[in-house]
Design a protein around this ligand. Structure first.
Ligand SMILES: Cc1ncc(COP(=O)(O)O)c(C=O)c1O
Length: 357
């Protein structure tokens, strides 16, 4: 049965003040949020209400012990102006995978998907009209029980907020292969979309930026040699016509774009190897002239071409061409905007008239 979500609309929409041509990244939020609370072993009172501050007790456990997870997804506009979601049930599954790892309660998948669908229905006017733009959706959960002590919290909030986003990261990116800091070790939380993973990445990312790079390319924790992923993306290399991407062995986030790109590449007849790959191997391919393309994949960017990778005192520079990567990006973008058939069943239309409340 569909979860019943109570809806209270704001009488004062801010949308008339928004210039969709100049939306500052990540600082504009829509009028409403979805919110519900977990207490006594169950999720209660799911509702959509005007976006507002949330009173937080200073002892809220998320602030001290870090039980906080999130997801990132996008709503786009398809043909006939219908809002579309991309594989939302995969985000629901990954959200629960993260929750389980962090000792947090699961959110029923139907509740997660319905919350996202209904907030998109209410906020569909906020999907920017420009090509490549989207309404970014941020479902998240955190422990809000006031308690000092190390154990799983008993109370949580699950919230979805929305932020209109122009097409970003369209420029090619420069990556810095990090040999001092690590993102994730086997047995750690690397496969979860846990807030703490990102906190630990902030300093290394700032240092990489100071050296003239955009994001960190993470290497494994033990030997600093196996490639894991990029700041907020998975990574692919094309070598002699074949694609290689690090296998998600427990310390890499299982990207939904990564999975979709593997499917698209195979559908286009390319071989894709999911395996361990070292930075030295990539440097060798570069020196031999057989490193043909490299790109990152993630919800925010879809596919971002890589311009260069810095590693110790070496710099790998990639060609501007990227014919296959561009073709895959085009296919993915066109599926997401219904300009191309969706043979994989990835698109979930949000029917506006389904709305209740
Ligand atoms: C650390 C990390 N890796 C990879 C990804 C790509 O995942 P997805 O394609 O599901 O957005 C993200 C973004 O969510 C991320 O934060």
């Amino acid at each position: 049965m569909k979860p019943k979500i109570k809806i209270t609309r704001t009488p004062n929409s801010k949308i008339k003040d928004i210039d969709f041509d100049t939306i500052p990244l990540g600082t504009t939020f829509t009028d409403h949020m979805f919110i519900c609370e977990y207490a006594n072993g169950t999720w209660n009172n799911p509702r959509i209400e005007p976006l507002a501050m949330i009173p937080t007790h200073p002892a809220a456990m998320a602030l001290h012990y870090g039980q906080a997870i999130f997801e990132g997804m996008k709503a786009t506009t398809g043909q006939h102006n219908m809002p579309l979601l991309f594989r939302p049930e995969e985000n629901a599954k990954r959200f629960n995978h993260s929750a389980a790892r962090m000792g947090m309660p699961l959110v029923p998948e139907e509740l997660f998907v319905e919350a996202v669908k209904q907030i998109v229905t209410i906020e569909h006017h906020w999907i920017p009209p420009q090509e490549g733009s989207a309404l970014y959706l941020r479902p998240f959960m955190y422990a809000d029980e006031p308690f000092i002590g190390m154990r799983a919290a008993t109370n949580y909030k699950f919230i979805v907020i929305c932020s209109p986003a122009g097409p970003f990261f369209t420029k090619k990116i420069r990556l810095y292969a990090e040999t001092e800091y690590i993102r994730a070790a086997d047995g750690g939380t690397g496969e979860a979309k846990a807030a703490g993973n990102y906190a630990a990445a902030i300093l290394p990312t700032e240092k990489a930026k100071a050296k003239g790079f955009d994001q960190v390319l993470w290497l494994d924790a033990d030997e600093h040699k196996y490639i894991q992923e990029v700041g907020t993306m998975n990574i692919f290399f094309k070598v002699e016509g074949k694609f290689i991407t690090p296998a998600t062995s427990g310390s890499i986030l299982k990207g939904i774009t990564r999975d979709s790109v593997i499917t698209l590449l195979k559908d286009k007849g390319f071989e894709v190897e999911e395996r361990a790959i070292t930075i030295d191997e990539v440097i060798t391919y570069f020196k031999e002239g057989i490193l043909e393309e490299a790109f990152g994949t993630g919800t925010a960017v879809a596919i971002a071409m890589i311009e260069a990778i810095g590693y110790k005192d070496q710099l790998i520079t990639l060609s501007d061409e990227n014919p296959v990567s561009r073709d895959v990006k085009k296919s993915l973008d066109e599926i997401k905007s219904q300009k191309r058939e969706d043979p994989f069943g990835w698109i979930v239309p949000v029917t506006i008239k389904e709305i209740v409340g």
